[in-house]
Design a protein around this ligand. Structure first.
Ligand code: THG
Length: 369
C-alpha cells in the first residue's frame, strides 16, 4: 500500500493527537483536513454504533460563519429552503446549489442569531463560494471559518453519555436544535445531530487548543456505556440512506435526483434571489432525469472497497452508476446506492460492471432499513 504524504495544507484536527492515542488506523481528507476513517475493527465499530455508543472526530465538518446585517439574506441566497421560521438555536439540512441547480454541498445551516449563521459543510469549498456571492450581491456580511470543531457522539446510548456530561435537559433537545453548553471552562455548543440514523449529538468545540481535553472528558463520561473511538460509518450510513455529497453526486446532480427534494422550497418569500432557483423550478416541472435507489448485489462474499463508480447496465446498455457500496453485516449482502435513469423502478434486475465482470443485482427503495 501507499501512504498519505504529510503537507501543511492538509490540516490536523484539534483531536488529532487524541485519535492517534486511541489507535486510529486510517485517515481520509475532507475540507483540507485529516478525517479519521477507522480504528482497525470495522465490524466492531459498526456494531458499537448500532448497539452502544461511539465517538468521532468530525472536526473536518468545518463551519462557514456568516455574520453581519445581511447574514440571513446571504443564507437565503445560498440555500433553496425557507429559513424564515428557523429560530436561533435551530438547524436545518439544506442543499446548496449552483446556478444550474447542481448540488455543490449539503450542509446543516445553524442559526445562532438573526445576524449570525453557520453552514456546517460537507467537503467542498463553500467559504470561497459564500464570499464570492456576498461580494457580487454587495452584501454587508463577513464570511469566515471560525475555530469550531465538532465531536460526534452517536448510537442508542449517546443520550446517556451526553446527559451524564451536560445534564438531563439534553434529553429534551430536538433534532438539529442546539444550545451553548460550556463545560470545564471550555466553550462549546451541543446539538442533537450527526451523520448516522442511530441517534446522537455533536459537541461543537469552540477552542482548538482544548481538543484533547474534550476528547478525554467524553471518553471518561462514556466509559460505563463502553464508548470507544469510531468514525463516520459507511455501512450504517448506506443502510440508513444518508447521502455522501461528492461520493454519491457528480457535477450534474440536482437535489431531486438524490431524495433531497423534501428539503427544497421553491416559493418562499425572497426565493427569487436564491442562487439556482430558476433551474430548480424548471427541474421540478419536468422531473429529474435520474433518481437514487438502493442496489443489492447477488452473492454473499464481502466485496472489496468501492473507490470508483461502477456502471449499471440493463438490457446491455448503461442506465446509471453504482456510487457507493459496502458489505452489510445485517443484510449479509453487498449493498449500495444507484444513481439511475428515472424509468428504472425498484424491483428491477440490473447488472453492475465491476473490474470487467458483470454482477447481477436488484434495485430497491431507500433506506434499506
Ligand atoms: N453534522 C455536521 N456537519 C455536517 C454533517 C453532520 N457536515 C457535512 C455533512 N454531515 C452534511 N450532510 C448531512 C447529510 C445528512 C444529514 C446531515 C448532514 C442528516 N440527514 C437526515 C436524513 O436525511 O434523514 C435528517 C434530515 C432532516 O430530517 O432534516 O442528518 O452530520 N455538524
Amino acid at each position: 500500500m501507499f501512504q498519505l504524504t504529510p503537507h501543511t495544507r492538509i490540516r490536523r484536527s484539534p483531536y488529532f493527537d487524541a485519535t492517534v492515542a486511541a489507535g486510529v488506523a486510517g485517515f481520509t481528507t475532507y475540507n483540507y483536513m485529516l478525517l479519521p476513517s477507522g480504528y482497525g475493527d470495522p465490524e466492531g465499530e459498526y456494531w458499537r454504533l448500532r448497539n452502544g455508543v461511539s465517538m468521532w472526530d468530525v472536526a473536518a465538518q468545518r463551519q462557514v460563519e456568516m455574520r453581519g446585517p445581511d447574514a440571513g439574506r446571504l443564507a437565503r441566497i445560498l440555500a433553496p429552503r425557507d429559513l424564515s421560521r428557523c429560530r436561533a438555536g435551530q438547524g436545518k439540512y439544506v442543499a446548496l446549489c449552483n446556478h444550474a441547480g447542481t448540488i455543490i454541498n449539503d450542509p446543516i445551516a445553524l442559526k445562532l442569531d438573526d445576524d449570525r449563521y453557520w453552514l456546517s459543510i460537507a467537503a467542498s469549498n463553500i467559504l470561497f463560494w459564500a464570499r464570492a456571492i456576498a461580494a457580487e450581491r454587495g452584501l454587508d456580511v463577513e464570511v469566515t471559518e471560525p475555530d469550531v470543531s465538532p465531536l460526534a457522539v452517536q448510537g442508542p446510548k449517546a443520550a446517556e453519555v451526553i446527559a451524564a456530561m451536560f445534564g438531563d435537559w439534553t434529553r429534551e433537545l430536538k433534532h438539529f436544535h442546539f444550545r451553548r453548553a460550556d463545560l470545564g471552562g471550555i466553550a462549546m455548543i451541543l446539538a442533537r445531530s450527526g451523520w448516522s440514523k442511530q441517534g446522537g449529538f455533536e459537541i461543537y468545540l469552540m477552542d482548538g487548543a482544548r481538543g484533547a481535553q474534550l476528547w478525554n472528558m467524553v471518553a471518561e463520561a462514556g466509559r460505563p456505556w463502553g464508548i470507544a473511538a469510531g468514525a463516520p460509518n459507511a455501512v450504517e450510513r448506506i443502510e440508513s440512506g444518508l447521502l455522501s455529497w461528492g461520493g454519491d453526486t457528480d457535477d450534474a446532480t440536482n437535489p431531486f435526483e438524490v431524495r433531497l427534494g423534501q428539503f427544497v422550497d421553491l416559493d418562499f418569500a425572497g426565493a427569487d434571489e436564491t442562487v439556482g432557483i430558476d433551474a430548480l423550478r424548471r427541474i421540478r416541472r419536468h422531473g429529474p432525469a435520474r433518481h437514487q435507489l438502493g442496489v443489492i448485489l447477488d452473492g454473499d462474499a464481502p466485496a472489496p472497497p468501492h473507490p470508483v463508480w461502477y456502471d449499471i447496465e440493463a438490457g446491455g446498455r448503461k442506465v446509471g452508476d453504482m456510487t457507493c457500496g459496502v458489505w452489510s453485516y445485517r443484510l449479509s449482502s453487498n449493498i449500495g446506492f444507484a444513481l439511475i435513469a428515472r424509468q428504472i423502478a425498484p424491483g428491477a434486475r440490473v447488472e453492475v460492471v465491476r473490474d470487467g465482470r458483470r454482477i447481477g443485482a436488484t434495485l430497491t427503495e431507500l433506506p434499506f432499513s
